[in-house]
Ligand binder design. Sequence first.
Ligand code: VG1
Ligand code: CO
Length: 547
Amino acid sequence: FEVTRKETTPFDGQKPGTSGLRKKVVVFQQPNYLHNFVQSTFDALTSEKVKGATLVISGDGRYFSKDAIQIIIKMAAANGVRRIWVGLNGLLSMPTMSCVIRERVGADGSKATGAFILTASHNPGGPHEDFGIKYNMENGGPAPEAISDKIYANTKTTKEYLIAESLPDVDISTIGVTKFIGPEGSYDVEVFDSASDYVKLMKSIFDFESIQKLLASPKFTFCYDALYGVVGAYAKSIFVEEFGAKESSLLNCTPKEDFGGAADGDADRNMILGKRFFVTPSDSAAIIAANAIQSIPYFSSGLKGVARSMPTSAALDVVAHNLSLKFFEVPTGWKFFGNLMDAGLCSICGEESFGIGSDHIHEKDGIWAVLAWLSILAYKNKDNLNWDKLVTVEDIVHQHWATYGRHFYARYDYENVDAAGAKELMSYLVNIQSSLQEVNKIIKGIRLDVSDVVDVDEFEYKDLVDGSVSKHQGIRFLFADGSRLVFRLSGTNSEGATIRLYIEQYVKDSSKTSRDSQEALAPLVEVALKLSKIQKFTGRSAPIVIT
Ligand code: VG1
Ligand code: CO
């Protein structure tokens, strides 16, 4: 093939957000839109990460992925990449992508140095919905802010991109290697089945036998819903082929381009449900951390530390304190956990947004979290040979609250509001934040049954390892009794602005931990809504989603 240099002009707004660039499919379908971003990414990397390198390209299979994969294959060829690995049918879950970058070794000993991941994750998919692209680094984690900033700067000045136009489309539905010769030598595109890499990794972490025993118990019932995301194929390999679970316990395991209207296409998130019982993700992370050493072989020699994103509840903090573990609070988004993991400071981390994971890879991992819960259930029931009194998900959560106290928690999402109104709301909060006295006066005028605000700030994070500083990461109201209100703007929406409000209250007294969450949080919710004048700024009388 030959390399063509194509002239192009910049597009506005190609700034990667919390987790890559996410826009409507029609935006990505504009001529050169994807090309500009991909070239800007190549240009942001050091030359040895491009020339002669091995890159992975795949995604969650959402609409437009197949077109995007062919375009990137042709551009990588033209930019001097040596080898491309593509998951069968262009599918790789986010966690598997991270695992493949870190662990997979090609037939000739090659290792990947990075990956283009085609996903907008929890954003809806389909022709009228969202598409997304993000770049992950050699450590399997999302590009750090320094790289995303460089990519964005490049998109603003881009004048041309390189592409091997004559390269035929590669058949990504068949396993095998397609070989090409370009001006700089060989270029191979290998299509591979990724499930085996992922299953192998999970086997090295968990005690599969004990989970199998749990699933075989007649008293234990279980189902796994893949929500039509990319995770379906992995779920079958693990739950049916490894654990012998019935096919009927797996739901919606055939991936769809629009996820059947459901979401988190890329399989990095999880939701744990007991019998009519919901485990909040913040609690889930804390419970996994509290039980990991006993229940999960990978952690048997101890935890290096734990970390959570700022808006995530402080349930993990209490566990860290009680177990004397190193603890870190980082901004929202998985890219901030990477350096801590690489420095050997953090084993388990979590976010309130249904994302939990560990240093086995550098992304959150939905199946990992499910296996962690099954491991804890197996451990708690290990002496229960006749399964006469099953320890349930709900029992485990109640035991946890009894030991550590409970963090009542809710997140209110105001999606797709007018961007100017959202900005005004945030500046209003930054403004009132300067006078604690004023804040307390306003709050006491709203309700008398909440404690005093003792601190208000805009969260700012300094990375311990590389010293980089991330500012404006959300406004926090910290109350004397440990309650918190947090306001921040989402960095994953594709249109307008999304405001997230996080409400949290800590209760140590075990006679009060079973209260209804909405009821317990009602006073703080009222304070949050009135203090922020959110209705005035957004024109919305209620959030679109409460979790
Ligand atoms: C949201 C979540 C955040 C998560 C991010 C990516 O970001 O709040 O916790 O890391 O999505 O998740 P934001 O900026 O919209 O609040 V995923 O599964 O969509 O990659
Ligand atoms: Co996701």
